[in-house]
Design a binder for this molecule. Sequence first.
Ligand code: HEC
Ligand code: HEC
Length: 306
Amino acid sequence: MLDTFWNVFAIVIIIGSILGCWWLLHWTKGISDRDDEDDIHDTGHVWDHDIRELNNPLPRWWLNLFNITIVFALVYLALYPGLGNIAGFLGWSQENQYEEQRAEAEAATAEVFARYNAMDLDALIRDEAAMETGRRLFGQNCAMCHGSDARGADGFPNLVDAHWQWGGGYDTVLATIDGGRNAAMPPWAPALGEEGVPQVIEYVRSLSGLEHDAALATEGQGKYAMFCIACHGPDGTGNPALGAPNLTDDYWLYGSDRETLAEGLHEGRFGAMPAFGEQLSEDRRKLLAAYVIGLGESAAIREGRN
Ligand code: HEC
Ligand code: HEC
């Protein structure tokens, strides 16, 4: 109902304005036609004793310009949507223009991605054009969390390194991007108790060779064995299947200072990587996986690990 009202409202105003313009033109023409062309018609207004305001007809070419705009408006409204919800004879609409352009763009990128799809991981990582496309896709979809340089931030992993929380194999990284990841480390402080927390913290710090209190760490070792090995492993190297980080390296997702470690034990850690399986085409997800692995690999080479 309301829709119909606004459509009719728009149509009446548009047609009304065009008719109004047409009428105005002819009405003023009528006035000036009343007199002979040579006759000087004035409005009767006089300034400074001798300056008179004239009321001459518009030149014909000028009048015709106005007529042309009226014809243009009518032709335009017949061809294109403009009158309320009337579609126009050409059937053009913003949506189908968008769809057409999108289909064209898809067709163009399909060619590019067909080339990438035919390449194996190594070749992809070495292909500059592929990595440039990857960089752009990363900028559009991932940079808001992982940073435009992919170096992450607190709670958002640095992807420009050889440390993988969930695993760095191609299929694993692709699975991370497709399905997302939900890390779940429950809060341990209640189980560890008042004194257990600082003890475990010192032990965790000792695992990666950070400065620590040896006596407290020894106490902590027993509690670690009781509460933490299930996920982080007996030696602290973690478990990619659970996304449990390696605690023995110099890489920290959240931080290694005592305050941050205590915060994790009190509140738990629930890092969430969103799933892109529905949002991005398979081609794009595959290329992104290769791009991210490429970042890690070049870091590994830089760090002299491979
Ligand atoms: C149920 C499995 C599980 C258990 C048990 C567990 N953790 Fe975790 N832990 C995880 C997961 C998963 C993460 C990653 C959290 C994230 O990514 O948000 C994590 C993260 C951490 C981190 C952060 C590492 C970083 O890089 O910032 C620390 C420190 C940690 N755990 C210590 C412990 C300690 C100490 C215990 C024992 C008291 C423990 N965890 C028990 C699964 C576990
Ligand atoms: C809304 C923020 C967000 C966006 C957007 C996001 N990520 Fe993540 N990503 C995370 C978080 C948080 C984690 C860590 C999850 C955890 O704690 O285990 C993560 C983890 C990852 C990991 C696992 C790293 C490892 O060490 O195993 C990869 C790979 C990854 N993201 C790639 C991507 C790619 C590629 C994109 C873009 C398509 C992307 N992410 C977009 C937040 C995000």
